[in-house]
Write a protein that binds this ligand. Structure first.
Ligand code: GDP
Length: 445
């Protein structure tokens, strides 16, 4: 603690040309600057919130934390055909050119690359489930407000969005919504400013000095080039010759093209590139990862293909959901609301390949006279949203052994009514499972 007044601290910052807003939290650099004035050493304890957040969305690994650099944000515009995406992009491009001709592209405008901008139209609202929305911040642009009668419909659009879980900031939610006309340019500046603000708050960081990973934003089959996919690199640097795996597809990158269609040798964080060299067309929204060899890529793609096939089969199985404790109470009361009380479906995520068999065997040793355990999925890795989807489809509970559940996956599961139980000690897991099978389990908090 520095025994100095707030005013004095602000004075030092103002002297350096920094004007924090009232109540704004000082970032690491600001704190260091102030402490230097008083000859006080700064000890950095642990990762910052941004680093924690990035780790949460599984983009950064532990080893990246020492080598983080600013990552330019990327703007993704999504909307139905005719909502005005092209018109908006043209307008933004033109204003960028105009700004640069006038001698000053604003730094912020240059930096806008990312953030998800959802276009809603006054006639109908568009919803997208492709990207995990709980991770990517969304700004909604309500377009074509220049049209006659459009303003009357804005409220209706906002209501529709809000009833789909997209709460406008103006109504106390966290999704900024800007009413624009891409044609006349009305409020487009407001939209860009909002985008920059959201981008600033994200303080995206990445480590360019590692194997690339990121997300596929679109993919298709080109008559002459074969499978083509647009990747957005979220961490690391993607290079020609890298071996990648993306969902069920894999391959060696033969060529990369930037957004102007020009061949490039590599692409760093936040850079969208079109790649060729994959054996198959991957799914938009899937993750891609550079791996060490074609054999590893082939193996990973095969595993993914098998798990997708199982998910598809199970998705047809039903839409019920259960929790371990509801299963337990159903066992006790005999009120089963359609559940098969003789079988408990389990999705099991563990930290190491070697733990799968060990945990499974321990569970299988539990007495299964009344209730049998069925393993729907057993895999390594943290619990993901697709595990949650699978749990819904197969009326399963998820348990993890020494794995993590990110905040976004947790809220996704909460929304879907899926229970995730994480254990570190095998005996706790066995106790709970035995209790559930005997109808004697307390719900998790
Ligand atoms: P996209 O399919 O989403 O890329 O939509 P376009 O940008 O091609 O726009 C579809 C049509 O809507 C075109 O005729 C545009 O001129 C028109 N349009 C786009 N934005 C606006 C707007 O703000 N106001 C009006 N009146 N028309 C617009």
């Amino acid at each position: 603690n520095l025994a100095v007044s707030e005013g004095e601290i602000l004075g030092h910052l103002y002297a350096k040309g920094i004007k924090p807003d009232r109540g704004q939290k000082l970032d690491k650099e600001m704190v260091k600057m102030v402490c230097r004035e008083y000859d006080v050493e700064v000890i950095d304890v642990g990762p910052t919130k941004i680093e924690e957040m990035a780790k949460k969305i599984e983009i950064l690994d532990e080893e990246d934390l020492d080598n983080l650099q600013d990552q330019p944000p990327v703007l993704t515009i999504m909307g139905h055909v005719d909502h005005g995406k092209t018109t908006l992009l043209d307008y933004i491009r033109k204003s960028k050119v105009a700004a640069s001709e006038a001698g000053g592209i604003t730094q912020g405008l240059e930096r806008i690359r990312f953030k998800c901008l959802l276009m809603a139209l006054c006639s109908h609202v568009f919803f997208l489930t492709l990207l995990d929305m709980s991770c990517v911040p969304i700004i909604v642009a309500i377009n074509k407000i220049d049209k006659e009668g459009a303003l009357d419909r804005v409220m209706q659009v906002m209501q529709e969005l809000s009833s789909n879980g997209c709460q406008p900031e103006d109504w106390g939610g966290d999704v900024p919504m800007v009413q624009i006309s891409a044609l006349t340019g009305k409020n487009v500046n407001d939209l860009l400013e909002t985008t920059m603000l959201v981008a600033e708050l994200q303080e995206l960081k990445a480590n360019p000095d590692r194997n690339a990973k990121g997300t596929i934003i679109e993919a298709g089959l080109d008559k002459s080039k074969g499978p083509v996919a647009t990747f957005i690199v979220q961490n690391g640097t993607l290079k020609k010759g890298d071996v990648v795996v993306c969902g069920e597809a894999f391959g060696k990158i033969r060529a990369l093209f930037d957004d102007a269609g020009k061949r490039v040798d590599d692409a760093g964080p936040s850079i969208p590139v079109q790649v060729i060299g994959l054996n198959n067309v991957p799914l938009a929204g899937d993750e891609f990862k550079v791996v060490d060899s074609p054999d590893i890529a082939r193996e990973r793609a095969k595993e993914r293909a098998i798990s997708l096939r199982d998910e598809r089969i199970l998705a047809k199985a039903g839409d019920g959901k259960i929790t371990l404790s509801s299963f337990a109470s159903a066992v006790t009361t005999g009120k089963n609301s359609g559940l098969d009380l003789h079988q408990l479906n389990i999705i099991m995520k563990v930290d190491l390949q070697g733990s799968i068999e060990a945990v499974k065997q321990a569970l299988q040793k539990l007495p299964q006279d009344n209730v049998t355990l069925k393993f729907i999925l057993q895999a390594t890795g943290d619990v993901s949203t697709s595990d949650v989807d699978l749990a819904v489809a197969s009326k399963a509970i998820i348990f993890g052994f020494s794995v993590k559940v990110s905040g976004s996956v947790k809220s996704y599961a909460d929304n879907k009514g899926v229970e995730i139980r994480i254990y570190k000690v095998i005996y706790d897991l066995l106790d709970d499972m035995r209790a559930a099978m005997e109808g004697l389990l307390d719900p998790v908090e």
